[in-house]
Design a protein around this ligand. Structure first.
Ligand code: PTT
Ligand code: SF4
Length: 611
């Protein structure tokens, strides 16, 4: 096996033991890496019903066969686990030197099991693993933690850590790296906190082996040059994902005041051009020559990294139109290690609940000081409201009552990303069927949908969602490289098959890669169904009621909302094309065709499987 290291490291924190394990070539060929490895390991090794915050849950760091090679934007790592927020499969993708160093330490994945007795830092240096007491680091924020560890291990060490939110088991705590790169939206930081693991440091000394080293080097260099020639490159470097604020406003999909509206009166003051005025530098992931992290000075005079999602969720969605203040909220979210998408969602929910008199506290829309204080309460689980909101919006709506489940903006417990779907049925379907809950990563279909026509519910839209789920959620998550060179500056997909060939010697067409993507997608779905059993049904794939029942009151699409019957028809069409039954459960024949016989037999014991 070349290109892959062929090894996983299994770390048991309860026993203080780490053992390297070889895995077979067929695993590499059938699952590729990243999300593919994570889904396979979690499927095979977790029993149904494991408490996500117990020692029995496992935290996986997984790279792919391209991760770490000298080619565009290859410094990415999948962090995965059973999610404490959703109870289903959960993962995220974080840009970090840890991805590169883990591969250089000679591992494609690390499986963390058990629970440490005392706060711990795990240091993985090639074949050695050290379990070091982290008493002095516990209760530090993510920036402070990283700074301390960098002063010991140097700037080239790969560090993953949690802030106070992870320690306090906030259900949407993330894992943080490189001063604000954050990954694992569905609570991977809380899982790390439950293992009393403050940080992991990777230091590797091996060179990555490619099947065709010379070709790999030349191809990588050529691809880096190609990125620089793309017409959108210089604008991308100026604004990164931030130009999406203006785009979303123009197209009335910018979430505003807990997704009541798709336009925001102060969009211009938080958009890409406003950001450029206060930008001080660019930051990014390793191996990238189109770095997109916009660093600005916030209202607390600290540095904060702005991306579209952060600004939409902590800006327009909570009615805040001062970009420096938005940046300050984003900075504290990074410090505590809270996912900004879920956080902005939960805050918007609390503001609406306050407005409607469902909670006692006064939390005004756009109130900077109140919001900042509330974020601290959430990170520390202080007071009844902090405690309630730390559980995520699904649970908060159950606690608050008063019909708030209608405007608790989540799918399967994961809070919706920053695209309003009152007039975007395909994007609603993408949220509905994503493998981790309402995240845009698997199928960001909205830019295509806006051009293709907002009003229609049809087979073309279903096909497009599936196509994107295969490429984005499958190919990129399994190769484990950043998808932005492809989606944002236009590095053609063919490059990735060529990279894979040079790295591994395997010739894989896009069709082959799509089959792997389908295998992994069906396995994550099987994971969900195994957990939810008879409670599973097509209602699990339906977006929040607000988009069907509360029409927009502003903007070009005033009066519009989603049509429930048409959405459900489109969902059934999606199931048929996926080879699933009317409940959204894979058919036995679909699982078998993808080589998932074990999933077929395990699921068969849980729910009746259609042939
Ligand atoms: C991702 C999600 C996103 S998606 C954003 S902004 W985006 C938010 N960023 C957060 C943040 O920052 N701090 C914080 N405390 N919470 C945050 N939550 C949100 O997390 C991210 C980039 C971006 S920026 C995107 S689109 C792309 N995502 C990729 C992906 O998912 N896969 C892949 N193969 N390539 C990708 N490239 C891009 O990476 P999650 P990152 Mg991310 C400050 O983590 O869980 O996947 O959620 O990790 O290193 O910050 O890169 O407009
Ligand atoms: Fe990271 Fe942005 Fe580069 Fe992707 S394009 S690797 S998210 S810096």
């Amino acid at each position: 096996m070349v290109g892959w290291t062929g090894k996983f490291l299994r770390v048991n924190l309860s026993k203080g033991k780490a053992v390297a394990e070889a895995y077979g070539a067929s695993v590499a060929r059938d699952f590729l890496g990243g999300r593919g490895f994570a889904a396979k390991i979690l499927w095979e090794e977790l029993g149904r019903g494991v408490d996500p915050l117990s020692p029995e849950n496992k935290l996986i760091f997984a790279a792919g066969p391209l991760t770490g090679f000298s080619l565009p934007s290859s410094g990415k790592l999948v962090v995965a686990s059973k999610s404490p927020l959703t109870g289903g499969y959960g993962d995220g993708n974080i840009g970090t030197i840890a991805a590169v160093q883990m591969r250089k330490a000679d591992y494609d994945a690390v499986i963390i099991e058990g629970r440490a007795k005392k706060p711990l830092v795990l240091v993985i240096r090639d074949e050695n693993a050290e379990f070091l007491e982290a008493k002095d680091l516990w209760e530090l924020n993510s920036f402070e933690t990283e700074e301390r560890l960098t002063s010991i291990y140097g700037r080239t060490a790969g560090i993953l850590c949690i802030g106070q939110a992870g320690e306090n088991l906030v259900k949407y705590a993330t894992i943080v790296s490189q001063e604000g790169r954050a990954g694992g939206r569905p609570g991977m930081g809380a899982v790390m906190g439950s293992k009393v693991l403050k940080a992991v440091v990777f230091i590797g000394s091996h060179d990555l082996q490619a099947a065709y080293p010379k070709e790999m080097q030349e191809l990588g260099a050529e691809a880096y040059r190609e990125v620089l020639t793309k017409p959108n490159y210089s604008f991308w470097k100026r604004q990164g994902t931030m130009s999406t604020i203006e785009w979303s406003q123009e197209n009335a999909v910018l979430p505003s005041c807990n997704y009541r509206e798709g336009v925001f009166g102060k969009a211009q003051t938080i958009g890409g051009f406003a950001m450029e005025k206060i930008k001080v530098s660019n930051r990014g992931c390793p191996q990238c020559n189109m770095t997109c992290g916009n660093i600005v000075k916030d209202s607390d005079r600290k540095e904060s990294e702005l991306d579209y999602e952060n600004v939409a969720m902590l800006g327009s969605n909570i009615g805040l139109g001062d970009l420096k203040q938005v940046a300050a909220l984003n900075r504290v979210a990074d410090e505590y290690g809270l996912d900004t998408i879920s956080l902005g969602n939960v805050l918007g929910f609390a503001m609406e609940a306050s407005e409607k008199g469902l909670i006692d506290q006064n939390i005004p829309w756009g109130g900077f000081k109140t919001t900042k204080a509330l974020i601290k309460d959430i990170a520390y689980r202080s007071g009844p409201l902090g405690e309630t909101l730390a559980e995520g919006v699904r649970s908060a709506s159950e606690a608050v009552g008063g019909g708030s489940d209608r405007w608790a903006m989540h799918v399967k417990g994961l809070e919706v990303s920053a695209y309003d779907c009152h007039t975007a049925p395909a994007m609603a379907l993408a949220y509905g069927t994503s493998s981790i809950g309402a995240h845009h990563k698997d199928a960001w279909v909205i830019s295509w949908e806006v051009k293709a026509g907002r009003e229609s519910y049809n087979a073309r839209k279903v096909d497009k969602v599936i196509e994107l789920q295969r490429i984005r959620g499958g190919v990129f998550e399994c190769l484990t490289v950043c998808r932005l060179p492809w989606i944002e500056v236009g590095l053609e997909l063919e490059w990735y098959s060529r990279f894979l060939y040079a790295a591994t010697g395997l010739e894989m067409s896009l069709d082959n890669l799509n089959t792997i993507a389908d295998r992994v997608f069906n396995l994550t779905r099987a994971f969900w169904v195994r957990e939810y059993g008879k409670k599973w049904g097509s209602h699990m794939d339906v977006p929040p009621a607000r988009w069907f029942e509360d029409p927009l009151t502003k903007g070009a699409f005033e009066g519009r909302s989603l049509d429930r019957d048409k959405y459900n028809n489109m969902l059934q069409m999606y199931y048929r094309k996926r080879g699933w039954d009317e409940r959204g459960i894979p058919r036995k024949s679909t699982l078998k065709k993808l080589g998932l016989e074990d999933a077929a037999s395990q699921l068969g014991g849980r729910v009746k499987l259609a042939e």
